[in-house]
Ligand binder design. Sequence first.
Ligand SMILES: Nc1ncnc2c1ncn2[C@@H]1O[C@H](COP(=O)(O)OP(=O)(O)OP(=O)(O)O)[C@@H](O)[C@H]1O
Length: 315
Amino acid sequence: MAAGIPIEVTGLSKRFGPVTAVDDLSFTVQPGRVTGFLGPNGAGKTTTLRVLLGLVRASSGTATFGGTRYRDLARPLETVGAALDANFHPGRSAKQHLAVYATAAGIPKSRVPAVLTMVGLSEFAGRRVGGFSLGMRQRLSLAYTLLGDPGVLVLDEPINGLDPEGIRWIRGFLQSLAKEGRTVLVSSHLLSEVQQSVDDVVIISRGRLVRSGPLSTLQIGAAPRTVVESPDPHRLAAALDQAGLEYTEEGAGFIVEEPDPGRVGHAAFVGGVELSALHQVAAGLEDSFLSLVGDGGSEGTPGLEPVRVGGGEVR
Ligand SMILES: Nc1ncnc2c1ncn2[C@@H]1O[C@H](COP(=O)(O)OP(=O)(O)OP(=O)(O)O)[C@@H](O)[C@H]1O
């Protein structure tokens, strides 16, 4: 395996005519960690990755692998694994595809069965790719990125299209690649999709950096809220309305957009409502993510609804 090297993006901008897709973007991605590259649709993720991989030219700034541009790498496939523009002909088998790429890059053919096994496709090696599901194509793309046993992996929306078992598998797989010392950059427009697999995040919106750092730092920002429950939820809702508090129904009770449980308790007291639970909850990750990119998604942030479990945590 080639050594993991940092990805360094410095002052990167990319304009397409009047559209500024990437705007003075700077961040670093460290080896040995999985980094989520996040932002709403149209935020500029794919454009950044395309510049990084030498597929489009930057308007200004640089995007390098430890200081070296992709096109200047001596052995690109063995340094960086990426499948942004991989084309799979429907009539060819998975094995044939990988063999063609391996031959072109001077990679031993023995890597082909090895990477197909790594991604769980060995029993489909001889099948035509035309019959593959989206999830199987995702696995094949991943196999392609691993052909040269690179120290850096750049994956654009690799979880998209995977079934629940596939999602569980890829989460563990990405972590194991990082544990081997590789640099793993994974783009997604859904924090919930990657939050169980990433150590660090780089969040962009409208082409600009919003936040970068360990995932844990993301919880700073969104305000905590109050969970309140009553044996008589209708009366409680009326009391919250009366007090002008905003809330959403949550299991047996409500989550109130109010950090101080005392104010919520007072509203219930004024309304003469008995309470069975009253406590503050920290902001969920998805809330923090939305509060960071909330005004940045020109095309909205579809699919960002949080999945809530008891106590207001976000899974
Ligand atoms: N070749 C291009 N010509 C003109 N505009 C482009 C081109 N490529 C991207 N854009 C624009 O640049 C902006 C960023 O697009 P980009 O695809 O990089 O975003 P993204 O974060 O990857 O979003 P998605 O997840 O939807 O792919 C968008 O406004 C898009 O319309």
